[in-house]
Ligand binder design. Structure first.
Ligand code: SF4
Length: 321
């Protein structure tokens, strides 16, 4: 299977305001050297605690955020080397669905205008063909022509997220980044949206980067998953393998495979012991050493590389074996 996405040594360091008096410039190391590939037709789940850099990584892959350094290869092209003004044809092929459909859809536009907007912006259909295409998209996401004239506030959260998915599909993209697409929805409709996304992926041959903190959802939908901690990937592998037997101590703690205090009995991300280190001043060596139950002295000094450990599994830990 060919790779649709390849990410090489990708970094995003946000400069913090101030510091000019002291002459010291501080940065938030939001993403700090990520290598990753996503095959065509694959769903890659990205998990990690809030603030670990997963949303920044997703947006850099779409080039909605400019990387500090590194490369993003999309469908064989280095999109980080393309001038912004020449990104428009590539943008058609990569779309995003945000967490909160009510805030991502314009409250002043009707559903027909919302879904038609990318079609008119990119000028790929004649005026007469736009309405039939919008109806076709609505039907693909389980809605219909009766929703054309509705405003977002006249619909449920689940219906709004279906509209957001229809808009993302409008330009026949190859890749969709789904950034916590179900976390703002009622539990009762989350499964419907997940099943819809799964079905659309199969029928339309889509590739997904699925960002979520909900492990049940990620396990259900993903082919492979990547686990992020403080701006770095610490484990990557086949979703079922990682869930059945997490190898990295951070993944084990997240998935509750080793005893850690939990905030919820649901299989959501656990809250680990110890404060989350600041991404402004990440720990030396292994970034997880301040919270790792099996840390050794060398963990404070030497950073472990993300390396193959078992077939296609990768983990960044000196003692993973
Ligand atoms: Fe823990 Fe050391 Fe492995 Fe990091 S390298 S996860 S601190 S054992």
């Amino acid at each position: 299977m060919t790779n649709l996405i390849e990410v090489h040594s990708l970094k995003k360091h946000f400069r913090l305001p101030g510091g000019w008096l002291s002459g010291e410039t501080k940065h938030v190391y939001a993403v700090d050297g990520v290598d990753l590939s996503i095959a065509s037709g694959e769903t890659f789940g990205l998990v990690g605690e809030s603030g670990c850099g997963k949303t920044t990584l997703g947006r850099m892959i779409l080039r909605l955020i400019e990387p500090t350094s590194g490369k993003v290869i999309f469908d064989g092209k280095d999109i980080t080397a393309i001038e912004k003004s020449r990104m428009k044809p590539i943008r058609r092929e990569m779309q995003i669905v945000f967490q909160n459909p009510l805030s991502s859809l314009s409250p002043r536009l009707r559903v027909e205008q919302i879904i038609a907007e990318p079609l008119t912006t990119h000028g790929i259909l004649s005026k007469e063909r736009i309405r039939p295409r919008v109806i076709e998209l609505l039907e693909q996401v389980g809605l219909g022509r009766q929703h054309l004239d509705r405003f977002p506030h006249e619909m449920s959260g689940g219906q709004c997220q279906r509209v957001a998915v229809a808009r993302a599909l409008a330009l026949n993209p190859k890749l969709i980044v789904l950034d916590e697409p179900t976390s703002a929805l009622d539990v009762s409709v989350q499964a419907q949206i997940i099943n819809l996304l799964d079905e659309l992926k199969k029928t339309l041959g889509l590739t997904y980067l699925f960002i979520s903190h909900d492990l049940n959802v990620v396990q259900h939908i993903s082919d492979r998953i990547g686990v992020m901690y403080l701006g770095k990937l610490v484990e990557v592998g086949d979703a079922q393998d990682v869930f059945d037997e997490p190898l990295h101590p951070y993944t084990q703690a997240l998935f509750g495979a080793i005893p850690m205090p939990v905030v919820d009995t649901k299989r959501e991300l656990k809250v680990l012991e110890g404060n989350v280190p600041s991404p402004v001043n990440p720990p030396s060596g292994c970034r997880f050493h301040t919270r790792c139950p099996i840390a050794q002295k060398m963990c404070q000094e030497t950073e472990p590389a993300l390396r193959p450990v078992r077939g296609a599994r990768q983990a960044a830990c000196h003692f993973v074996e």
